[in-house]
Design a protein around this ligand. Structure first.
Ligand code: IPE
Ligand code: IPE
Ligand code: MG
Ligand code: MG
Ligand code: MG
Length: 359
């Protein structure tokens, strides 16, 4: 163990012992002493949890809050936005931006636009007319609580709000236009999320032809994940080479992410997923496990992650390491390391949520 590791260990032990006395409402109260860790000394989980908190507080009302009239729609939006999503898209966006420019101030707001679109897409994905799901993020789906009409409108509202957020960013008009163009294309009908959802629905019950399978996954999930990287890159003023590399990284991660989602649907319980497991087979969805089997699907997801890591190779010589070992020297190294770590996150990154799934 080197000196700094030894010091950190001692500080962490001290953290659990030391209490500071503070005056609270006229009384002396004991509060646990909190040691603020630096990013470099955090584990992956700690670092992701910190970023989730950042995103959560940016999304937090006051915006239209649950009490802004008309109340029902705002309560419906807040309900799904704060149901415990992993926030992987905004986190990827923030990481990409900081990799390009350590002073990408304000990027969290841009990143939130991705979570708004993503949450809208999930509310609509769960509707009876689409996947007809009762549970999402460990809670009843939006339409189960607020009714179908309000769930449709809540999705519409979040979609619209995403672009309002981008239009209001504190950056140049040129960058705002590029961000809006990228996010709308990624959410749209041609190779974007909606196009993918259409193919996914029309594919139900059809033979899982491999080319169609890949097209669906790249569009319904991959496009928004790639956009997450691109939004960060655009916001931070990436050069062409950086933008292309981040886009390719996003494509590989995007495909891997949906393959893993398909695998989890087969392997995990509803309680662990926070959504109904086994749904894809029930609905005859075109999925990777259905065509390739679980083992090959797992290998394919790993290969996509490995390709994603390779794309970032020109940006730094280090290989991915646990966050605790990170000693970044330049933005490109941070990019490679932290993005590689996020790339491996999907199977382990679920946020603990109180889950009440049907028995
Ligand atoms: C679920 O996405 C839907 C897919 C596109 C696979 P996430 O796994 O990111 O869901 P949340 O946001 O954490 O609930
Ligand atoms: C959803 O894919 C992709 C979206 C665009 C929302 P799935 O239908 O597989 O997502 P889950 O499994 O319901 O989260
Ligand atoms: Mg679906
Ligand atoms: Mg679904
Ligand atoms: Mg799924």
């Amino acid at each position: 163990m080197n000196l700094s590791d030894a010091c950190r260990k001692q500080l962490e032990e001290a953290e659990t012992r030391v209490e500071i006395l503070i005056r609270k409402e006229g009384k002396i109260a004991a509060e646990p002493f909190r040691l603020e860790k630096t990013r470099e000394s955090m584990t992956l989980r700690e670092s992701l949890a910190q970023q989730q908190r950042l995103v959560d507080s940016e999304l937090e009302p006051p915006r239209p809050s649950g009490t802004t009239p008309p109340e029902t729609i705002h309560r419906a939006c807040v309900y799904s936005l704060f149901a415990g999503g992993k926030r992987i898209r905004p986190i990827l966006c923030i990481e990409a931006a900081h990799a390009i420019s350590p002073s990408a101030d304000g990027v969290v707001a841009a990143a939130c636009s991705l979570e708004l679109i993503h949450t809208y897409s999930l509310i609509h994905d769960d509707l009876p007319a689409l996947d007809n799901d009762d549970y999402r993020r460990g809670k009843l789906t939006n339409h189960k609580v607020f009714g179908e009409a309000m769930a449709i409108l809540a999705g519409d509202a979040l979609l619209t709000f995403a672009f309002q957020v981008l239009a209001g960013l504190n950056t140049t008009d040129d960058r705002k236009v590029r961000l809006i163009a990228e996010l709308s294309a990624a959410s749209g009908t041609v190779g974007g999320m909606i196009g993918g959802q259409v193919a996914d629905l029309e594919g139900e019950g059809k033979p899982p032809e491999p080319q169609l399978l890949e097209t669906i996954h790249r569009a319904k999930t991959g496009a928004l994940l790639r956009a997450s990287l691109r939004l960060g890159a655009i916001y931070a003023g990436a050069g062409e080479g950086q933008y292309t590399a981040l886009s390719r990284f996003g494509e590989h991660i995007g495909l891997a992410f949906q393959i893993v989602d398909d695998i989890l649907d087969v392997e995990e319980s509803s309680e662990a997923l926070g959504k109904t497991a086994g749904k894809d087979a029930q609905q005859g969805k075109i999925t990777f496990p259905r065509w390739y089997g679980l083992e090959t699907s797992r290998r394919m997801a790993e290969e996509e992650c490995a390709r994603a890591h390779q794309v970032l190779e020109p940006f730094g010589e280090r290989v991915a390491r646990p966050a605790r070992d990170r000693r970044p020297h330049c933005p490109s190294q941070v990019m490679r390391t932290s993005l590689n770590l996020v790339a491996e996150w999907q199977p382990v990154g679920r946020r603990p949520t109180p889950i009440v799934c049907p028995t």
